[in-house]
Design a binder for this molecule. Sequence first.
Ligand SMILES: [Zn+2]
Length: 390
Amino acid sequence: MSENHPIAPHGGTLVDLLADEAKASALAGEAANLPKIVPNERELSDLEMLAVGALSPLTGFQGEADYHSVLDSMHLTNGLAWAIPVVLGVDEAQAHQLGGGGSVALLPTEGAAPIAVLRVTGAFKRDKAKEAVAVYRTDDEAHPGVKAVYDSGEYCLAGDLEVISLPAHDDFQSYRMTPGETRAEFTRRGWKTVVGFQTRNPIHRAHEYIQKCALEIVDGLLVHPLMGATKSDDVPPDVRMQCYEALFEGYYPKDRAMVSIFPAAMRYAGPREAIWHAICRKNYGCTHFIVGRDHAGVGTYYGTYDAQKIFEEFEEGELGITTLNFEHSFWCESCEGMASPKTCPHGEETRISLSGTKVREMLRNGERPPQEFSRPEVADILIAAMQGEG
Ligand SMILES: [Zn+2]
């Protein structure tokens, strides 16, 4: 990372758990003879995030004290803000067998070569009901985040990680930048202030507008699409990437905006996930972070502005990244431009606003939404993808 970058990583040090070549080779040799665990998709994503420092200052899967501290108070035991536990689930037998200490090899899939060694510091029983209510504000198993908690092991294995290699990806190689790399890129571009935008959806005019409003007050924009696990009904990553590329090609200044991948798995934890997303983006070098309505929400579990309000529960400056709260935006015929309820005095009848359901229906029928809603290039990609689905 650059020494002169204006924003420090969370906790002050950018973590890098990836071993150098010699060390990786020694770890691989050691791992061959260790007990082995295959983490689930979400945990593998967390492993990658930990390895590259996206979850700085964490250096491994959290132990019981931090787990409860995060659930109870949104802080680590050392007092640092932290919103969502990062844990490795195991079953009871594994917890008894491995929890006493020693090391465990982590494998991306059954029978694959180990990608990391966990130096075990302990095991503990996961309080799923408490975790669900604290993080997701519900214990309803219809909530995808809650379901993931209940589907995982009854125990957690804690300890520091030493990483042999990152989980392999066969897509988007040129977009996969570590926090160290995005920081270096920001410096290279001369950006002192950078706003991060989290998304797991194609970008329509409303979000383009929000990003550009934010860009007006900072040096650069990082569109940082989450490409880890999402719900099966979210738009697939390759389709989303095509949309981002078309949008950047046609409508974004190349020296002021960039796209890179956020390898996190989606939790759908709404407010708590907004905090988590902001802290991660600080680690990637962003000084500002956009929080829209219903950030990281799903269904009707969270209030429209909960994800913006939760930031007020922290001390001034505690999170170290500035959040920019945005309203729902739309094209207004009378304003003759993009606007929001904050800036447009006109009524609903002059605003071009479509429900997600309506947009999906239009796209499925091969119909472009109005260009005031969606850029035609983006609409065409989505239409092609939806028709390909049959
Ligand atoms: Zn208006």
